[in-house]
Design a protein around this ligand. Sequence first.
Ligand SMILES: Nc1ncnc2c1ncn2[C@@H]1O[C@H](COP(=O)(O)OP(=O)(O)OP(=O)(O)O)[C@@H](O)[C@H]1O
Length: 252
Amino acid sequence: MTAALEIAGLRKSFGKTEIIRGVDLSVGNGERHAIIGPNGAGKSTLFNLITGRFPPSSGTVRLHSHDLTGLAPFQINRMGLSRSFQITNIFPRMTVFENVRCSLLWSRGYRYSFWNIVSRSRDLTEAADEILEQINLTQRRNLPAGVLSYAEQRALEIGITIAGGANVIMLDEPTAGMSHSETDYIVDLIRQVTDNKTLIMVEHDMGVVFGLADRISVLVYGEIIATGRPEEVRANPRVQEAYLGAVLEAEH
Ligand SMILES: Nc1ncnc2c1ncn2[C@@H]1O[C@H](COP(=O)(O)OP(=O)(O)OP(=O)(O)O)[C@@H](O)[C@H]1O
């Protein structure tokens, strides 16, 4: 399998504290990969390094073999990598439709050209409506996004994340704060919208992780202590000791 994302020797320090301590990771094209680990392990920091939000102290990130060093988040986004955030990141007063359309505009780089926007407006409307279908929000199309339920807002955020047509999708805790039924709903949605795409997600809910991921990496104190298929990771004694033992016990 060719790699969608390749991380080599990645390190990040904030002041004197090294938070990411030499991460190597390769995520295959079309793979669904989960990054798990205790609070404060550096999962969000790793996301921020991959997406260009923070520059690494050293090491490289490659997207489809292109070195991302020095690129801004929007440039990386245009190369086909899109992410969601831990907190819901929508415009609450804009309609559901406008939220998606705005994201399409941004990702297609039309924002500075009024005439371009006008001439492409039918394309954009169709594309936005297609996304709304995919995330099951067609019925909510013209409501302000702020009145949607929490799960619907997270679904909208996933729609915004996929709107630009990125083939590598990164989701940061997509089911955080959800009930069991909301979680099932979002997991189905993630499965659908990432079909034939590469997914990298940070997630604390082990049911979601083991249900969705083809492979899992376990990050502990800024180092990946194991990467493998779910059953391999679950059986790994080092992972059991550092993280999973306590988490699985707490869930039962
Ligand atoms: N911008 C920053 N400046 C200084 N320290 C930071 C910064 N961002 C993160 N850290 C520190 O890096 C460590 C890792 O944080 P990070 O948010 O990446 O962990 P995490 O694994 O995502 O945790 P959680 O599961 O709780 O979201 C924490 O100790 C945090 O305080």
